[in-house]
Ligand binder design. Structure first.
Ligand code: BTN
Length: 256
């Protein structure tokens, strides 16, 4: 089971994870982080749980995770409008770096914000933002990493875990600390207006660009070549009807 002392021991961050709320079971760490953010929680506050009863995924899906096997946590940030567009890329690069650092196995990024090992998803990221009241504006970065789960429902064919890919259990507390450290460093970099290195690292980690893909977005399917990212983080697809930019959806590579 996760415990606060171990999660914070040797944590090399200034603010990320310094305020930490640890639960055995919770509805959703994103929901809890949101409540804390509404109440004024400071930037870097983290909520982590061993199990979620109502874990949320992207596009209104649920996120199901075996109790005590994985990493499920959410970070409260208070980014500017410009930084918001960079958060999916920043968070997925941070997770990929942390996985590689601890396992020496390659981790890739998939648009918009998944992390893959051997073409299967090991991490999903759900970013929920509000900009309604400038003083209270916040973003919740919810990160679910399949760490040590060994079996998944057969309906989830393209899903894996770090343990399945490396053949070894991973220390969840160490992984948590590495992700926070990398993410804080990247976040400070984008705050100082130098996003180009992060975006170029994301591109080198994304094998989809230049390939033919199918994208399902708002109940419609499109096909084309994933050309590039737009300046605001959209995926630009070259379809038969010309270029089209997507800001949400699920992508599948169909040819190399
Ligand atoms: C996705 O659909 O790929 C995003 C999944 C995000 C899941 C994480 S687990 C921790 C946090 N709390 C939630 O309810 N969801 C995110």
């Amino acid at each position: 089971m996760l415990d606060k002392r171990t999660l914070q021991k040797g944590l090399k961050t200034k603010s990320f994870g310094r305020k930490l709320f640890v639960f055995n079971s919770i509805d959703s760490t994103n929901a809890c982080a949101r409540t804390l953010a509404e109440a004024g929680a400071e930037e870097g506050t983290v909520v982590i749980a061993d199990f979620q009863t109502q874990g949320r995924g992207r596009l209104g899906r649920t996120w199901i995770s075996e109790p005590g096997a994985n990493l499920l946590f959410s970070i409260v940030l208070r980014p500017s409008q410009m930084e918001i567009a960079l958060l999916p890329f920043s968070a997925s690069v941070a997770v990929a770096r942390a996985i590689e650092h601890l396992t020496r196995h390659r981790a890739e990024c998939k648009w918009p914000n998944d992390v893959l090992m051997n073409n299967r998803k090991v991490c999903g990221i759900l970013i929920e933002t509000t900009m309604t009241d400038e003083d209270r504006a916040y973003a919740i970065i919810g990160i679910g990493i399949n760490a040590n789960q060994r079996t998944f429902p057969s309906s989830l064919s393209a899903v894996t875990s770090i343990a399945l890919e490396t053949g070894k259990e991973i220390d969840r507390s160490a992984l948590f600390k590495h992700v926070l450290r990398e993410f804080e460093e990247i976040y400070r970099t984008i705050q100082s207006r130098s996003a180009e290195n992060i975006m170029s690292e994301w591109r080198t980690r994304c094998s989809m660009l230049g390939h033919r893909v199918i994208i399902r977005s708002h109940d419609t399917t499109y096909e084309g070549v994933a050309e590039r990212l737009s300046d605001d983080g959209g995926l630009v697809l070259l379809t038969e009807a010309g270029e089209k930019t997507f800001y949400a959806g699920d992508t599948t590579v169909i040819s190399s």
